[in-house]
Design a protein around this ligand. Structure first.
Ligand code: FES
Length: 61
């Protein structure tokens, strides 16, 4: 599914950016361009960040 029409970025590409360490919409924009233009896709990027981010509560202490 295309997330960012301005830059032709798919949800898969955003997920890959998150896996590579992106943790904010700014990180994702820098990594793949999603959200770097008109910004209409940022809410979707944010939702993808929440759903694809590793569970930070599961970190070993
Ligand atoms: S749709 Fe993503 S920046 Fe415009």
């Amino acid at each position: 599914m295309f997330v960012c029409l301005c830059n032709g970025v798919t949800s898969q590409t955003v997920a890959e950016a998150v896996e590579a360490g992106a943790s904010t919409t700014k990180d994702v924009a820098q990594a793949c361009g999603a959200g770097a233009d008109c910004g209409r896709c940022r809410r979707t990027v944010q939702a993808l960040l929440r759903s694809s981010a590793p569970d930070r509560t599961a970190r070993p202490t």
